[in-house]
Design a protein around this ligand. Structure first.
Ligand code: SAH
Length: 248
């Protein structure tokens, strides 16, 4: 009898542990197809939108394969996260089309030791792609809520190599300059002078330049002190604005 009494709490505990374990398994079984579905969509995105269109850099392709884009889009658009188009992320802003993200990343010719500045954190997706490839990523966002949201997401996903600043990216981030590469994901009407000055010798900057609906993706390279500028692709990005919502 004594033995039975002593056993009771143990068997109760055992049953409780088994119950929790079953709940956990059921949870996993239920969400697994969803996870696999996103992985499948991501693989398909890389094959049909990235590789098929000529992106060849292995690190860029790996990063596009690794970063779970659906975690960066609002819940309401999650099923379209891997579609061949930009998506709204709130506050009138958008996450860029996957191909544009890959194209802009590839053209910067990054490696592990690169220090990169991004202007326009938005959803944080582009910064996460950069952070898969490089040691240090600095990103600036003018909409406080977006900057805070991305900052929290980077923390949750373990991207300790991304630093977020909330402010006007027109001024760049002097404290950490010069940068090996600068990527701007909102469109000013001209290339900001402070960004030019923060580009290292041998560095590369990719930036959409133009009016609200007609812009060119421009590549700037600094060689022997001077900047060479070439247009690479017609694009349409959200405008770069200042803190009073004026378009630069
Ligand atoms: N790279 C982002 C794309 C975001 S869209 C992504 O992967 O999701 C462009 C972003 O630039 C918007 O979030 C917008 O708020 C921001 N932006 C516009 N003007 C800015 C400025 N002057 N400084 C910093 N960010 C700016």
């Amino acid at each position: 009898m004594k033995a039975i009494k002593e056993c009771f709490p143990v068997s109760f505990l055992c049953r409780y542990i088994i119950f929790c374990f079953v709940i956990l398994i059921l949870g996993c079984v239920r969400s697994q197809p969803q996870v696999d579905r996103f992985k499948e969509l991501r693989e398909n995105m890389v094959a049909t939108q990235i590789e098929a269109r000529g992106i060849t850099n292995r690190e860029v392709i790996e990063a596009m394969r690794n970063v779970e884009r659906h975690l960066f889009v609002p819940e309401t658009h999650i099923q379209h996260a891997y579609g061949d188009h930009p998506l709204p992320i709130g506050y009138g802003q958008t996450i860029s089309q996957p191909y544009i993200v890959a194209f802009m990343t590839e053209i910067l010719k990054l490696d592990k030791s690169s220090k990169v500045l991004e202007v326009g954190t938005g959803s944080g997706y582009q910064a996460a792609i950069l952070a898969e490839i490089c040691d240090s990523v600095y990103t600036i966002e003018i909409v406080e809520e977006l900057g805070m949201r991305s900052s929290l997401l980077f923390k949750n996903l373990g991207y300790s190599n991304i630093k977020v600043k909330i402010g006007d990216g027109y001024e760049g981030w002097d404290e950490y300059s010069p940068f090996d590469a600068i990527i701007v994901t909102c469109a000013p009407t001209h290339v900001p002078e402070p960004l030019k000055n923060q580009l290292k010798e041998g560095g590369r900057m990719i930036i959409p330049v133009g009016e609200r609906y007609v812009q060119e993706l421009v590549l700037l390279t600094r060689k022997k002190g001077s900047l060479k500028q070439t247009s690479v692709l017609p694009v349409r990005f959200v405008p770069m604005v200042d803190e009073k919502d004026m378009i630069y």
